[in-house]
Design a protein. Structure first.
Length: 441
């Protein structure tokens, strides 16, 4: 843990560390929280900070904001890392906070990456938050609904920090070129168009934007007077691959697959291909995507186009056989096919309704006429008695009931009438009409 030493001399720190904002006026972004009159700004300026959690992607100012609060608040401030600390360290900090409280001093404990704490470690904070020994400020890139204990979360106000806009990042980069803490003491030639390109490449991450700028300037072309010129070629080398925010076990993983699924369902091939590319370029396992597309083929297309399942299974096999990057085109074919196919969730709805009945209703025995009489005893007990073999009938149909008596007449599969299901609607209606007529006989 670290107490106030975080404000020590920066020395030869990276550009992002040297330019870390010291005041709310220097802070870039989060106008929805820190604009004039906004709730978080009022809490900070009024020194009325209570326990809170900052949730947002990397590089948006979670730690910086906590340090600004430390400068503004009239409280002891302890910087605490969830990566390097355990129960023993937590108890030591809590004891220090308790001592401060006895002398009338508040203590703010800032916990970076609070989602990395396990339940026991998070529980260790709870009694001290409850009785006011500490004001807890946690920072996390993960959804606190899933990663922070409910009891602790209920005692903290969650503030959602957003990825920075391209214009905000561009302004930050311009300041880096003129600020004495940045490159203000050098003559740097870097056109606005290239600054904007860095801002787009950073993808909302201020730290990434400043790191890219620093790399570009350090690799720029020096002239005789000591000035630096950053060319398109230099910048291209520094931005060869965009780092997409993605955690294959975190919320963004599920957000992206949800976006892909819903784009296909809404018959939007362009959006579907975009979300597919986002996942693949961020390193998602193509087999996972292929499995989800295969599920979609029956859940959202079904018998409206039975070939959808064939396309999905073929793409799945292609992914297994050749892998990335080659299989990206096979997944694209499957995704576009799903998006353009007629839609029906009749199979999904049929199973869900039947599952509910199978789970909740009385589990009636299988009707005797549907049982196989494989032994003499079974035949004596009327197993198979009354069974009607459909192939013996001219229409290949019988009026025999196959559901348990309590579910007689229940309908599970209700075709939506899209695509090839339109013919299934007509066929199902004809079958039901024939059975009704022959049961009356």
């Amino acid at each position: 843990m670290e107490q106030m030493s975080m404000f020590a001399d920066s020395g030869s720190q990276p550009l992002a560390a040297r330019l870390r904002p010291q005041t709310l006026e220097e802070f870039v972004g989060q106008r929805h929280l820190l604009g004039e009159g906004k709730v978080l700004r009022r809490l900070i300026e009024g020194d009325q900070v209570s326990s809170m959690i900052f949730w947002g992607p990397p590089g948006v100012g979670k730690t910086t904001l906590a340090r600004i609060i430390a400068r503004r608040t009239k409280a002891a401030f302890i910087d605490f890392s969830a990566v390097t600390s355990g129960i023993k360290e937590i108890r030591g900090v809590m004891q220090q906070a308790e001592d401060n409280r006895r002398f009338g001093e508040r203590t703010i404990v800032f916990v970076d990456e609070i989602h990395r704490f396990n339940k026991a470690q998070q529980d260790a904070f709870l009694p001290f938050v409850e009785k006011g020994s500490i004001i807890l400020i946690g920072a996390t890139t993960e959804n606190p609904s899933f990663e922070v204990n409910a009891a602790l979360l209920s005692r903290c106000k969650v503030f959602v920090l957003r990825a920075l806009e391209t214009e905000e990042l561009t302004a930050l980069l311009r300041r880096a070129l003129t600020d004495p803490r940045g490159f203000g003491g050098q003559e740097v030639h870097l056109p606005d168009a290239l600054l904007a390109r860095i801002a787009v490449f950073a993808n909302g991450d201020a730290r990434a934007a400043l790191s890219t700028l620093e790399m570009a300037v350090l690799n720029g072309e020096l002239d005789a007077s000591g000035g630096v010129t950053v060319t398109e070629e230099t910048l291209a080398q520094c931005t060869s691959r965009k780092s997409l925010l993605y955690d294959k076990s975190g919320e963004e993983h599920y957000n992206l697959i949800s976006a892909l699924h819903k784009s296909m369902r809404n018959s939007d091939p362009d959006a579907a291909v975009y979300w597919l590319a986002r996942m693949l370029e961020a390193g998602e396992d193509p087999i996972y995507i292929a499995r989800r597309v295969t599920r979609f083929a029956s859940e959202d297309v079904g018998l409206a186009d039975p070939r959808a399942l064939e396309q999905a299974v073929a793409a799945f096999q292609a992914c297994r056989l050749i892998g990335m990057p080659e299989c990206s085109v096979h997944l694209t074919q499957a995704v576009v096919y799903m998006a353009l196919a007629p839609k029906s969730n009749a199979l999904y709805a049929a199973y869900e309704t039947a599952r509910a009945d199978a789970s909740k209703e009385v589990a009636e025995p299988v009707p005797l006429h549907l049982r196989n009489a494989v032994t003499g005893l079974m035949r004596q007990l009327d197993y198979g008695k009354g069974y009607q073999y459909a192939h013996d009938a001219d229409e290949k149909l019988t009026a025999m009931r196959c559901l348990p008596d309590s579910l007689a007449g229940k309908r599970y599969y209700r075709p939506a009438g899209q695509g090839e299901e339109a013919e299934l609607v007509r066929r199902l209606e004809a079958i039901e009409a024939w059975k009704d007529a022959h049961r009356e006989e």
